[in-house]
Write a protein that binds this ligand. Structure first.
Ligand code: IN0
Length: 412
């Protein structure tokens, strides 16, 4: 749970945090009894706690397919990320990964901690994969094949231009969007949404991760690959790692703002995609990571801390997003609010100020034109004093009960 200090500073986080904690405990108890499914769901909880919770709410067949899709992609990612594997070993594994998922004998030792366990016991994932419906299997195989080939291409190539950046993000995240759209359609509740819109959903999430993780990635030992495109950062510094040095703070923040402005291009597609979803559980599954992403960008924008340490949304705000993202009106509200926060942080002297502002205006216009903004609870911008007083009253009641209890127990 969030620290006591954080909760006292944001008392309205308290109830969503409690709700989230309870929901997580409940979800963790729902591990299926079959050993292969049990392995897959406990692995899912280990590698992604809050995301596992949202997956849990999907209808059983779709939930199983998404769980396996997620683990297959995590495994592929583990191979891609393991710097100790020689390129000539890694590339063929990535390219053939879509065939390995059919082979219950296949495994390849790599990765660390939970990811090592996932790789060592990959046969559980294969066994579960083989129990999925045929259309689910086909979608997962197709995306794994295209993603593995794309990752292999970028093992041998740097991200130089913005076009490369979009291409790399397409392989590792845009394709996830295409695959999920196919799974949703195969589950019977959704129309097949366009590849372009599905791609944008993934690009927006992945670009946000790449921006947020600058310091973690640049400091990795042994050196990991970087995905900030040279075409953007070379306008500000000579080498990408120069962004982390204090003397380059002004340039670093300008470069960061340029990256955030680039990520904002995808927002309007994402809003169209989400507005087209019909099933409430699928909607929440898609919308929660998107709201978290715009929240993270609002936090990162113009924030030198991205180059100094970890910049993450506080746990309480995450809990609030999970609790309050239920309808498209909630999503328009959240995107509108976070765009307001972003706008308030745009500095006139920033070289991309005009571009940033115009992208934010376009997002806000889409939200306003939906006609749904009035229905929202504006939970982001203003901290509601209602919970403050609720919390104080609750505290008084709890203290009174404790006091009464202790008085009653005291011997006369
Ligand atoms: C995801 C995406 C995801 C969810 C819903 C719809 C999507 C549509 C298109 C593309 C991706 C979509 O969401 C997860 C979210 C996640 O894992 N969050 C982490 C938090 C974090 O900071 O990492 C958590 O622990 O809650 C996501 O980030 N990716 C992902 C992977 C597989 C699947 Cl099936 C869905 C990863 C990525 C690279 C962005 C695609």
């Amino acid at each position: 749970m969030g620290s006591l200090g954080a909760v006292l500073k944001h008392p309205d986080d308290f109830f969503p945090l409690m709700k989230l904690k309870r929901a997580m405990k409940h979800a963790e108890k729902q591990i299926p009894p079959e050993p292969h499914w049990g392995f897959c769901y406990s692995m899912l909880h280990k590698v992604s706690r809050s995301f596992a919770l949202v997956i849990q709410q999907l209808d059983t067949n779709l939930r199983n397919a998404v769980c396996i899709f997620y683990l297959v992609l995590r495994a592929l990612d583990t191979v891609e990320d393991d710097t100790s594997i020689a390129t000539d070993v890694k590339v063929p594994i990535l390219i053939a990964f879509h065939r390995h998922i059919y082979d219950q004998e296949w495994h390849f030792a790599c990765g660390e901690k939970d990811y090592k366990v996932l790789m060592d016991q990959f046969h559980h994932v294969s066994t579960a994969f083989l129990e999925l419906g045929e259309s689910f299997q086909e979608a997962i195989e197709d995306i794994t094949k295209r993603m593995g080939a794309g990752m292999a291409k970028f093992i041998l190539k740097e991200v130089e231009t913005v076009e490369d950046y979009d291409e790399y993000c397409h392989y590792v995240a845009g394709l996830v969007g295409l695959g999920l759209s196919k799974l949703f359609h195969a589950s019977g509740t959704e129309d097949l949404l366009s590849d372009d819109l599905s791609n944008s959903m993934g690009l927006f999430l992945q670009k946000t991760n790449i921006i947020r993780d600058y310091l973690e990635d640049i400091n990795e030992i042994p050196k990991s690959r970087m995905f900030w495109p040279r075409q953007i950062w070379s306008k500000y510094v000579i080498k990408l790692e120069d962004l982390k040095y204090e003397e380059n703070s002004e340039k670093a923040v300008q470069c960061l703002n340029d990256m955030v402005t680039n990520a904002l291009i995808h927002v309007e597609d994402c809003l169209i995609y989400m507005a087209a979803l019909r099933d409430p559980a699928i909607f929440r599954f898609c919308a929660i990571p998107q709201v978290m992403a715009i929240g993270t960008l609002a936090l990162c924008y113009n924030n030198i801390e991205v180059f100094r340490g970890v910049v993450k949304m506080r746990r309480g705000l995450t809990a609030k997003v999970i609790d309050q993202t239920k309808t498209i009106a909630d999503v328009y509200g959240a995107f509108f609010d976070f765009s307001c926060i972003l706008k308030s942080k745009v500095n006139m002297n920033d070289p991309n100020a005009e571009k940033t502002r115009s992208r934010l205006n376009a997002i806000q216009k889409t939200c306003r034109d939906s006609g749904l903004l009035n229905e929202r609870k504006s939970y982001v911008v203003k901290s509601s004093p209602r919970y403050n007083s609720t919390l104080i009253v609750m505290l008084i009641i709890i203290l009174s009960v404790i006091f009464a209890y202790l008085s009653a127990k005291r011997p006369n």
